[in-house]
Design a protein around this ligand. Structure first.
Ligand code: MOS
Length: 699
């Protein structure tokens, strides 16, 4: 292992794309200048399950400005794939869920397209539908992919026996509702099919992954497809993979050969066409000795999948990562329903999973008569339970202790309803956070130096608002041992070397490792062959990210501790969170400013998850009725009081050569539990079902 001398890494450098963004000149997907565009408006199924029996387009067939109507009757045939079957739209008359894409109107203006779409009539043969998500379903099944390694798990009967024999027990069920990603920039596409080639401007977390799936689906060669996405206005998981909207835009472009097709989802369509986090039902059972040491830990999660495609929210992944216990077991079941495919969203797995686990741990600490921080320290884990590997780095106790000091935990009163100001009950709460770390394969970086000493670093990475433009430039400059201004970064285009996603908190860790590898090779070559002088005509080096040699030796996770102060009004149940503080173990910091923004954003999402977010589902019509930001509440500025994000700053050189760990998603993990725990401390009322709305505090 060797380190990079951190001259620029860690500095709070302003975003280099900042001026372009605040002046409106940064080009988002829908804003690219194209000649003579046409506009697409989607048609969505108005039944939940059944078949289209007839389509009547006569009202628009001679309407001025309408260019074409796309349905399964004239849609291009896709290559059948098991990879992401939700993408196989318009291939038959079957309807798999309400609001499924069943067609499109393409017109000269967006207004004509939208109006014409309202005049097209579909008749259906409706079948009974099944959309009820509950724990008593007889047809719950294990997911195809085993969510947690099983070799060291206890048998159910051994867990049951240990729980029956335990001096102190907690047995509780926690639920979380449907969550919607709601990035500020909606899913948007401009698709151009010309000369047997596709150019796609889109809002994506990974141009190369998008291209790979599109080429498979449309039976094209890689050389036929270029995906361009320099700026992305938030993703949160909904833009990890192409969704059906992208497929529809490409189909329309093929139909209207030569004319660029523009298609952006409306905010309302974002709630039916852009994925969601599954609701969860989680059963946690804990056993402990009288002195507060866990003897058994059981966590069962039930989630939903669309029948159309399995994605099972991995709520139990973090459970074997947190606490020492001689016996543990996790189980997961899924319900297959006539609903859209669930998807990854903001800390997938850990965000809902740790709400349940960290609420239960709080309940157990209280049952043992211990301070919740002391309880966590007493049950600190040496080696990860499912792999039995030691941790590459784990500063969780430092996060808990140092976070407690910064938060002022000494004011915590373990007795509920003991702190009161003018009708408000005041409580404080804590929860741990964790996020698994991975580096995606398939990453190549290219470095070109011109004779005048300027460097161009190219990799098909993405910046979804997190700061990649700046942070990857910092990593390149430090590794090349040149100044920040001497490096120009190129990202967001499949014409650049292959790169993986901005997702799973793995973006910077993955791309950064590829850039470091290329920079090292560049410097070696420059010294060995050119005596350290860039030759006339410049010098170029391309390198692939090496595999991590420590994968089988250590378990790699980011950690953190979240603290919340909560006020609940005694008469109205109204809940306020004036103060959040997070202390994180996320390795070496690449950019103190952009990482703070990511953590604050994550914690705000956690606050939002705790207090507001709730996709209300109508079982009769089979869709989510909260289809806009007026009814699907997200935390706004008025909901946010003081938020502080701090970090330990210890590097982890097992994970990548920068010494950093994943920081993108851990901010959201644990926040909701810290708030629920603080709300219990304030009121004595334990709310186990998110969100923590005021009715739940009125008894
Ligand atoms: Mo994240 S849900 O992997 O974009």
């Amino acid at each position: 292992m060797s380190t990079i001398s951190p001259r620029i890494i860690g500095a709070p450098i302003n975003r280099i794309d900042g001026p372009a963004k605040v002046t409106g000149s940064a080009t988002y997907a829908f804003e690219h200048q194209v000649d003579h565009p046409v506009y697409l408006y989607p048609l969505q199924a108005t039944i939940v399950h059944g078949w289209i029996t007839s389509i009547d387009t006569s009202a628009v067939s001679s309407m001025p400005g309408v260019l074409d109507v796309l349905t399964y009757e004239n849609a291009p045939k896709l290559v059948t794939t098991t990879e992401r079957p939700e993408l196989l739209i318009l291939q038959s008359n079957a309807v798999a869920h309400r609001n499924q894409l069943i067609g499109a109107v393409i017109a000269e203006t967006p207004e004509i397209a939208r109006y014409a779409a309202s005049l097209i009539r579909f008749d259906y043969e409706e079948q009974p539908h099944d959309v009820d998500f509950h724990a008593a379903r007889a047809d719950l099944r294990p997911p195809q992919q085993v969510p947690v390694r099983t070799e060291y798990q206890a048998k159910q009967e051994d867990i049951d026996a240990a729980l029956a024999a335990a001096a102190v027990t907690v047995d509780a069920t926690y639920t979380t509702p449907r969550h919607y990603h709601s990035p500020m920039e909606p899913h948007s596409n401009i698709a151009i099919w010309a000369d047997n080639k596709l150019t796609l401007y889109c809002s994506t977390q990974g141009v190369h992954w998008a291209r790979q799936r599109i080429t498979h689906l449309f039976g094209l060669d890689m050389q036929q497809v270029r995906v361009i996405s320099p700026h992305v206005g938030g993703g949160f998981g909904s833009k990890l993979f192409p969704l059906p909207d992208m497929v529809l835009a490409i189909m329309a472009a093929q139909l209207l050969e030569g004319r660029p097709v523009k298609f952006a989802l409306t905010r309302q369509q974002m709630f039916s066409l852009a994925g969601y986090r599954s609701p969860t039902i989680q059963h946690v059972r804990l056993g402990a000795s009288p002195d507060g040491r866990l003897t058994a830990l059981y966590h069962d999660a039930i989630v939903q999948c669309g029948k159309i495609m399995e994605f099972a929210e991995n709520c139990i992944r973090a459970t074997p990562v947190m606490y020492a216990t001689p016996l543990w077991r996790t189980t997961q079941l899924v319900a297959d329903l006539d609903v859209p495919a669930a998807s990854m969203m903001r800390g997938p797995g850990e965000a809902p999973g740790m709400f349940a686990l960290e609420s239960a741990i709080d309940e157990m600490a209280i049952a043992c008569g211990l301070d919740p921080i002391e309880f966590r320290i007493r049950n600190e884990l040496e080696a990860e339970l499912s792999s039995r590997l030691p941790f590459s780095s784990r500063h969780l106790i430092t996060c808990l202790r140092e976070g407690a000091r910064l938060f002022g935990w000494e004011t915590h009163d373990p007795v509920p309803r003991n702190r009161r100001v003018q009708g408000w009950l005041i409580g404080t709460g804590v929860a741990s956070s964790v996020y698994h770390m991975l580096r995606f394969p398939g990453n190549v970086a290219k470095i070109h130096a011109s004779t005048d000493g300027h460097y161009t670093v190219s990799i098909g990475a993405s910046d979804i608002g997190t700061g990649t433009w700046t942070t990857l430039t910092q990593i390149a400059a430090d590794t090349l041992e040149v100044s920040f201004e001497d490096v120009t970064l190129q990202i967001g285009d499949t014409d650049l070397p292959v790169a993986s996603l901005a997702g799973a908190s793995a973006g910077m860790n993955t791309w950064g490792t590829a850039v470091v590898e290329a920079a090292r090779k560049f410097r070696e070559l420059l010294l060995s062959d050119y005596g350290g002088r860039i030759p006339d005509g410049g010098l170029e080096v391309t390198a692939e990210m090496p595999a991590n040699p420590y994968l089988q030796q250590v378990a790699m996770f980011s950690f953190g501790a979240q603290f919340a102060e909560v006020w609940v009004h005694e008469d109205t149940g109204e809940i306020r969170v004036p103060r959040l503080l997070g202390m994180f173990d996320i390795g070496r910091i690449i950019n103190a400013q952009t990482v703070r923004s990511q953590l604050l954003g994550g914690m705000t999402m956690g606050l939002s998850m705790a207090l507001h977010e709730n996709g209300v589902f109508d079982p009769q019509f089979g869709h989510t009725v909260t289809q806009d930001l007026a009814t699907y509440h997200i935390a706004s500025s008025a909901d946010v009081g003081s938020i502080e994000a701090h970090w330990v700053g210890e590097e982890d050189l097992y994970f990548n050569p920068m010494g950093s760990k994943g920081a993108g998603e851990i901010g959201i993990v644990g926040t909701a539990a810290a708030i629920a725990n603080a709300a219990y401390n304030a009121t004595g009322i334990r709310v186990r079902d998110l969100p923590l709305t005021l009715d739940k505090f009125l008894r």
